[in-house]
Design a protein around this ligand. Structure first.
Ligand SMILES: Nc1ncnc2c1ncn2[C@@H]1O[C@H](COP(=O)(O)OP(=O)(O)OP(=O)(O)O)[C@@H](O)[C@H]1O
Length: 305
């Protein structure tokens, strides 16, 4: 049974004009998006662009300082954070990992491990797992309690390229078999696009968003040309156009300095491609002087600001 994205249904979670401010600085601002049942939404953006802050706000771990977050009543969230506080010096089996935060029936545990391909490893020690197996174990833990919304912060950490493809295939299959909504964070759009309905690109605010081109998603196209061709179809150059200064102010490419970066402040200019062209200085977590181009598949209907 398959559950295609259904944007008509009432969203599981929706963010409207959300802003989070810390130490006098907006970490994110003006963030709008929603995730519906059966939909995979991916947040991409450079380091420090507010992806984790945004998902934590979406699931209620952080409160927005402006705007609002609406969650479906009784929403069950399965969250795989970017970092996990595990004491690696103590032995920990997969079975124990699955029940660390609460009891779980043998049946639900077995079904979750089966879904991620780890059913034979119940007694394996987490310390000895490969990067890909560890990510799968975390995913099993998150899906075992049958969440309505699965939130994965960088699910391919420590995973090689072929393992990455396998993990995104798994994410898509979890969506297809359970119909849950999935909110993903990724640095890299190359692989994730194949398993995404909507991409939201963050750089302190939503700088572009959209669905992958319909044709590159169509089964016929992929069957005819293969998934590599589907990826090559929609490469676009992506370039941010402002600089976050150490004091939190923003230097725009037109030379203007503003207190915040905001899509409607008149300093963000449309491009053919879409550029990140800014320096995030010390104290900003964006320490790389990144004038970088990512290769992304072109999301249809994207908005450049
Ligand atoms: N509690 C906090 N107080 C002050 N600043 C914070 C806090 N949490 C996060 N930040 C800052 O907010 C910015 C956004 O952080 P966030 O972790 O959301 O980014 P990210 O896009 O997930 O980054 P990465 O790709 O590196 O994981 C960073 O500059 C970070 O240093």
């Amino acid at each position: 049974m398959s559950f295609p994205a259904n944007s008509e249904a009432k969203p599981l979670v929706s963010l409207s004009n959300v802003g989070v401010r810390r130490d006098g600085r907006w970490l994110v601002r003006g963030v709008d998006f929603s995730v519906s049942r059966g939909e995979i939404v991916t947040l991409i953006g450079p380091n420090g662009s507010g992806k984790s802050t945004t998902v934590k706000t979406a699931i209620g771990v952080l409160k927005p300082d402006e705007g609002r977050v609406d969650r479906a009543s009784g929403l069950k969230v399965g969250y795989v954070p970017q970092k996990l506080a595990i004491d690696w010096t103590l032995p920990l089996t997969i079975r124990r990992l699955m029940t660390l935060t609460g009891p779980l029936s043998e049946g639900d545990m077995a079904a979750a491990l089966d879904a991620v391909g780890l059913s034979h490893m119940l007694g394996a020690e987490v310390q000895h797992l490969s990067g890909g197996e560890f990510q799968r174990a975390l995913m099993a833990r998150a899906i075992a309690r049958k969440p309505d919304l699965l939130v994965l912060d960088e699910p391919v950490q420590g995973v090689d390229f072929s393992g990455e493809i396998a993990i995104y295939d798994l994410i898509r299959s979890i969506r297809n078999t359970t119909g849950c909504g999935i909110l993903l964070i990724s640095h890299d759009l190359h692989v994730v696009m194949a398993a995404t309905d909507t991409v939201i690109c963050l750089n302190g605010h939503v700088c572009c968003r959209g669905t992958p081109q319909a044709v590159s998603q169509s089964a016929e196209y992929v069957r005819l040309f293969g998934s590599r061709a589907a990826q090559a179809l929609a490469v676009y150059s992506h370039h941010h156009d402002h600089t976050h200064l150490p004091d939190g102010r923003v230097l725009h490419s037109d030379g203007a300095v503003t207190d915040h970066c905001h899509p409607d402040d008149g300093h963000h200019h449309g491009h053919e491609g879409h550029d990140h062209d800014h320096t995030h200085a010390a104290g900003d977590h964006h320490t790389d002087d990144h004038k970088h181009d990512h290769d992304h598949r072109q999301p249809a209907g994207e908005r450049h600001v």
